[in-house]
Write a protein of this length. Structure first.
Lengths: 255, 243
């Protein structure tokens, strides 16, 4: 079952208005994403790590998430130093490229920084709250519907698939490297699609019957408080600070 | 508009699914006002299709639907109808889509223009009436089958309908939940149309019975609806009767 474990909690991060958190996360991750300076990436990573700690996530779950993202960066650490070229150093029997290591480091810092920022700011709200927050921020309704309904539909698709998989299992299906297995899986996927589509149609009917006219009205309308504004200002200030750091480092290294 | 026009009237409704030769519904005529009606009929005889046509989810090939004597044509007309008639789906999973029970029950009132505060009050009251107090923050997809059915009923009752359409409401319910549903339907005293194969259930909730036969909705006046008790081995264990 899909869960939102990080959205449950009572830290100041959880209590903030989703709108404010969306804006803050956009600002910080944007600066981190476009920057090519090691200083910005490093300081950004530290700042977002502090934010993450303040949001008090469950350590076990947190490490699992961080691990998943870093499988990708691990591949970069394996491939980039060996393929990037340029100045090299001697390490055991390998000659890794210095620029390659630098680039892998930069990407790792940036991706982890953005990850920390999203877990601290975005994952501490429920998907439904984020969807409504997006609408209130003026994001096109279609986009926030896409988020809300794909989130809802994920459960349904997962359930349909599990049901079919169980049915196959109970009738003695053991996956092997055979045509029968591939055919069975293609039937399973096809059926999952068809059934999910049908179900989505019925859900839509249920919504229309209850007066849905293309506008979702949230039950819990969160009003931004003064604390929310201070929070937003602090986050925007941090982003600005990070952005300024990139000018410092550029002027230092540029000839 | 005439004042003594029936709440719901169907005139010469015909429908056939695309690609099928024989029509599923053929010139269905039906009128109901303040009655509690049961509809029986074999699987695939068009009972659910008829409900979907009434609610405007499917468009009939031919015929008219009238609400209080007014013919329904546009989407706006059907929007009005959907405020008046509450339709309980066969599968409650299709009906519940919000994360929490309270949000789901409040969805209808919010769409009909209630403020969030009003919608919250209506929803809490509706849940309380159905004996679902304390369910407000429960996650909808983790409820049991019986709980889902009752919550789905709450999502409809919170819109204060004038009439209910229930599609096989007693399916897959344990005896306790089934009895609870019967009690709720009796207490509501709302007119309703119930599709069911469960004759005992219909006997406890309906005053008139119709059957779906050859695409027609026919009254079975000759059958007197009644409930009875009888004895047989293992009768004290939960069991089902052939219907």
């Amino acid at each position: 079952m899909l869960e939102e474990p990080f959205s449950i909690g009572s830290t100041p991060f959880h209590k903030r208005d989703p709108k404010v958190k969306l804006l803050s996360a956009t600002a910080i991750s944007l600066v981190l994403a476009v920057s090519s300076s090691m200083l910005v990436a490093g300081v950004g990573c530290i700042i977002t790590a502090v934010l993450l700690l303040l949001s008090k996530p469950d350590p076990g779950l947190l490490f699992k998430r961080i691990f998943h993202v870093n499988i990708f960066t691990l591949f970069l650490w394996i491939t980039l130093p060996l393929t990037y070229g340029g100045e090299t150093i001697h390490f055991l029997f390998l000659n890794p490229s210095l620029d390659g290591i630098r680039l892998a480091m930069l990407i790792s810092l940036k991706s982890n920084g953005i990850l920390f920022c999203f877990i601290a700011l975005i994952a501490t709200s429920s998907t439904a709250a984020l969807g409504h927050g997006m609408t209130q921020l003026g994001v096109p309704q279609k986009l926030s519907f896409l988020l809300l309904f794909s989130y809802r539909q994920l459960f349904v698709i997962q359930q349909e698939y599990q049901r079919l998989q169980r049915a196959a299992l109970l009738r003695g299906f053991t996956p092997k490297n055979s045509l029968h297995t591939y055919r069975t899986y293609s039937h399973l996927f096809g059926m999952t699609l068809v059934k999910s589509w049908n179900r989505a149609e019925r859900v839509q009917q249920a919504m229309v019957l209850r007066g849905f006219q293309g506008k979702l009205i949230p039950l819990n309308q969160q009003k931004s408080t003064r604390v929310d504004y201070y929070f937003l200002l602090t986050m925007l200030f941090l982003s600005l600070l990070l952005a300024t750091l990139s000018f410092i480092s550029i002027s230092q290294y540029s000839p | 508009m005439t004042n003594n026009a029936p709440l719901l009237e169907l005139r010469e409704i015909s429908y056939s699914y695309p690609g099928q030769n024989s029509p599923l519904l053929q010139n269905v005529n039906f009128k109901t006002d303040n009655e509690q009606i049961g509809v029986i009929g074999p699987n695939g005889s068009g009972k659910t299709t008829l409900f979907q046509i009434i609610m405007g989810l499917l468009q009939a090939d031919d015929g008219k639907i009238l609400l209080h004597g007014n013919t329904l044509e546009t989407d706006k007309d059907f929007f009005r109808l959907r405020c008046t008639l509450g339709f309980l789906f066969q599968d409650s999973n299709d009906q519940l889509f919000s994360p929490t029970v309270l949000e789901d029950v409040a969805f209808g009132p919010l769409n009909h223009g209630a403020t969030p505060r009003e919608a919250r009050e209506i929803s809490i009251l509706t849940l309380e009436k159905l004996g679902l107090k304390g369910f407000e923050e429960r996650i909808t997809h983790r409820l049991s089958g019986g709980e889902k059915k009752l919550v789905a009923l709450a999502t409809i009752l919170s819109m204060t309908p004038k009439m209910l359409l229930l599609d096989e409401p007693s399916n897959n319910l344990d005896p306790t939940t089934r009895d609870r549903l019967i009690t709720i339907l009796r207490e509501q005293e709302l007119p309703h149309i119930i599709i069911s194969h469960d004759l005992d259930f219909l006997a406890s909730t309906c005053t008139r019975l119709f059957t779906m036969h050859n695409g027609q909705l026919l009254p079975c006046e000759e059958k007197e609806l009644h409930s009875h008790e009888h004895v047989h081995p293992y009768g004290h264990k939960p069991h089902q009767h052939g219907t």
